[in-house]
Design a protein. Sequence first.
Length: 497
Amino acid sequence: MIKKLFRGIFGFPVWLIKKIRDWIIQIFRSFHLSMRRKITADYLTIYVISAVVSIVMVPLIFMFFEIDDHADEVSNVLNQYFVSYIEDEYDYEDLELKVNQVYLREEVSLKVGISESGTEDKYIYTGDYKSYDSPTGFLDFFDKLFDKGRVSKRIIRYDLLNPDSDRLLSFSVDGYYPLRLYMPEMVTLGIILIVFYCVGFVFMSMIGGARVKNILSPIFFMTKTAEQISVSNLDLRLDVESTKYELKDLAITLNDMLDRLNRDYGKQKRFVSDVSHELRTPISIINGYASMLERWGKKDEEILDESIEAIKGEAVNMQILVENLLTLVRSDNQTLRYEPSEFDIGEMVCSIVKEFNMVNTKEQYITCESRDHIKVYLDEAKIKQTMRIFIDNAIKYTPEKGGIQVKCYPVGDEVYLHVKDTGIGISKEDLPHLFERFYRSDESRTRQTGGHGLGLAIGKVIVISHQGRIRVKSKIGKGSEFIIILPLRMEDPVLES
């Protein structure tokens, strides 16, 4: 009975909703719908489900309200009969006749209970009430509603007192209301709701679809604009003013992404151009000397020695350039290998200064000032490479017999490395670009000093990878000072894959 009840009450609406949902899903899957149509279909599906629930529930709610009104009418009529009965105007047979007249007139099966102290309870049954049991609970109530086509309701229950005879009677009235009494109104209401929801469905399909199209129209224009963006016109941007809400945020985000891509692409173009420029000169020199060797080098030993020396020098230059490029590429790919170990950084820095003093041909005075026993846990080879880059850079841009000071001292959990020169200095315009790859502030000086413009970029990569930072102080004609700040211990080194 319980399973049957659940199937009757809840099973059919749930089954119907599932069937409608599955049917709509199957239809949608058979078509390749656009986003606009999918959104329209989604809210129309919700609309249809809401309509089905309303068409089922609203007539039932209407029926219960009608039953309440009907019960009030029956209660008022029976109350008059009960008053007359307790005042002895009616006897029991008269009351039973009056109750049956109410049944015939109102078509409501009634059960009237009369209780008086000292006497046995009396019951009056009308219609077929006696053949049906009253519902024993909520589920039983709906069982009788859907299975028997009747609604059970307690109409009245109260006590009446005759003040003249002190006679006290308790009355209770229960009724069974057949659904056929309210079925015409319920059917009419259901038809009205169906027509209303059908008309609403048409209007929602038209107006809602147009509204969704209007809301999503910026996506269409964004798509068209995105199709036009290519390498040749990376400056083209999405229209932000015509979008609203989340789409505006999306357009701003995409424009920011395009700005970053444009900058990165520009850097890549410059990088490729600079690499090509750097390789063009040594390749031309090698080709020139190779041609000269082919013509005269076999007989002229002087030309042979000169050509071999030049080709060898340019080959070494190209090897250094390629190694520097590989270092930068591995850094970009986060595959640059670091092998930290414990060493005395002050001792290492002073040894580098000593090496430069031995090979320096510009008669410069390079000094090293360091505290003893500054133990660090870093990549010794990479730090040595970095210090050589900065000291070599100071030597290149410091005139003959100039001075270069190198200092090393700890501060808390960090170590400070200073490289100060008395060279030509760096202008304010060049400072923001100092660590860019292949950047040169003065082409003529670069040709004189040599190099590819990658040293400071590599030094910065190594320092940043060690969780360090770099500060630069410079003044034209007075010299420059590079301050490299490194932690005493390197954490989470990036290993080459």
